[in-house]
Design a protein around this ligand. Structure first.
Ligand SMILES: *Cc1c(COP(=O)(O)O)cnc(C)c1O
Length: 428
């Protein structure tokens, strides 16, 4: 099928995510991907500066991951996961729990970030239900994003994205994002709510709020928040769907913290971005609350693709890559290169709130209208970068880079240069 016919059929039959189909421009028609390079149907190449929605950590078409997939397909593609198990899921659960805090021992498999969060919420609510303790409230942070299913939407920032569904959400107590003066204020807010004794769980994206614009906060605050939750016996959920797998400079964001969560959600880079897979890892204490002669006390939840053998195999192969020092050299190198670039960025009058956390660099463009997802800067930047062979996905007036770890010096420098050129060229 030629490009024109493909795009015509796309327009006729495909409904794209997060897209106003009436006003959206023609989508890129990507026909090939290798390492950091995406190639469209015209043969034009783009640097994948955001790892294809933050998932593709090792770069595209990694031969080692490809091999793992082929071997697994030849052996076992998929099998029902209730009443059956298989070696790749066992291996993955064993390896993941050895990488997480000691008390996180039980792995539940699902399909993506949203389902990993749904499962964590259901575990938290049912934990208290099974214990006959009526705790029903949840505390989340302002600006949170935990996914697009109903439970995940309920605990996320309310706004235009989820307005049509608002009447269906359960009540959630949001506390201020812990920045500057709000750092201590948000802890006071949290304690007031926790004191009621009604809080089932608190949930955070540790250290970096992704969709809110890669907003960063510190581990000292997070430790204080977790200690408070502990004091009032609320469960602690860390949604590491975006922050895991080296993004923040360590394997997990919680590696920067002294306190540990009771539940952790993983997805995105878990399979190196090759196949969808979600994990919710729980403590034995939570797991034990579901053990009972009655079936109704069990976690009666599951998905058709739970524990997909193909996804588990590629996740195991991705973990192998994280055992190689070169992966960590690259992560460290990207952070250093960003840090060096920040000096040039700082000099720019339109730039504010620069943040760096591991391989994530972010900043805001001063538009006079605050942080606004609908900012027109977004489209200007997106198109400017596309023309220069770079694919980014700004969050309103927030520009950020979180590239695959295999990015070359030349490619990363190009992204930095195009950022500076854009800042020089835009008219505000
Ligand atoms: C992307 C994301 C999710 C949702 O994951 P999906 O795979 O898109 O369902 C949940 N939490 C965080 C922190 C995320 O960044």
């Amino acid at each position: 099928m030629d490009r024109a016919t493909s795009l015509e059929k796309d327009k006729k039959h495909v409904w794209h995510p997060f897209t106003q189909m009436q006003t959206a421009g023609e989508p890129l028609c990507i026909v090939k991907a290798e390492a950091t390079t995406l190639t469209d149907a015209n043969g034009k190449e783009y640097i994948d500066a955001n790892s294809s929605w933050w998932v593709n950590v090792h770069g595209h078409g990694h031969p080692y991951l490809g091999e793992a997939l082929q071997e697994q397909f030849a052996q076992l593609d998929h099998v029902i996961f209730a009443g059956a198990t298989h070696p790749q899921a066992i291996k993955l659960a064993d390896r993941i729990t050895s990488l997480l805090p000691e008390k996180l021992e039980k792995v539940f498999f699902s399909d993506d970030g949203s389902t990993a969060v749904e499962v964590a919420l259901k575990m938290a609510f049912q934990y208290w239900h099974n214990k006959n303790e009526p705790k029903k409230r949840i505390i989340a942070l302002d600006g949170a994003y935990h996914g697009d299913t109903f439970g995940a939407m309920s605990i996320g920032q309310r706004g235009a994205f989820n307005k049509p569904f608002e009447h269906l959400f359960f009540d959630v107590d949001f506390i201020d994002f812990p920045k500057d003066e709000a750092r201590s204020h948000s802890l006071i807010q949290a304690e007031q709510i926790l004191q009621t004794g009604e809080v089932a769980a608190v949930i955070v994206e540790p250290l970096v709020q992704g969709s809110a614009g890669m907003r960063m906060y510190d581990a000292v605050w997070l430790d204080a928040f977790v200690s408070l939750a502990r004091k009032y016996k609320a469960l602690v959920i860390f949604d590491e769907v975006m922050t895991a797998w080296g993004r923040t400079g360590k394997l997990f964001a919680h590696n920067f913290c002294a306190e540990e969560p009771d539940l952790i959600c993983l997805s995105k880079g878990l399979t190196g971005g090759v196949l969808p897979l979600g994990l919710t890892v729980a403590t034995n204490e939570i797991y034990d609350a579901f053990l009972h002669p009655e079936t109704s006390k069990a976690l009666l939840h599951g998905h058709s693709f739970t524990g997909s053998a193909m996804a588990c195999a590629v996740a195991n192969a991705s973990l192998d890559l994280f055992e190689q020092p070169e992966t960590w050299d690259s992560i460290e190198w990207i952070e250093e290169r960003h840090r060096y670039f920040i000096e040039a960025l700082k000099a720019h009058s339109k730039v504010k709130d620069i943040g760096l956390c591991g391989t994530i660099l972010r900043f805001e463009i001063e538009t006079g209208e605050g942080n606004n997802y609908y900012s027109t800067i977004r489209d200007q930047a997106y198109n400017y970068f596309l023309e220069r062979g770079c694919l980014i996905r700004p969050l309103g007036n927030v520009l950020y880079l979180n590239p695959p770890y295999c990015i070359s010096e030349e490619e990363l420098d190009k992204l930095h240069v195009v950022l500076l050129d854009f800042l020089d060229d835009i008219s505000l």
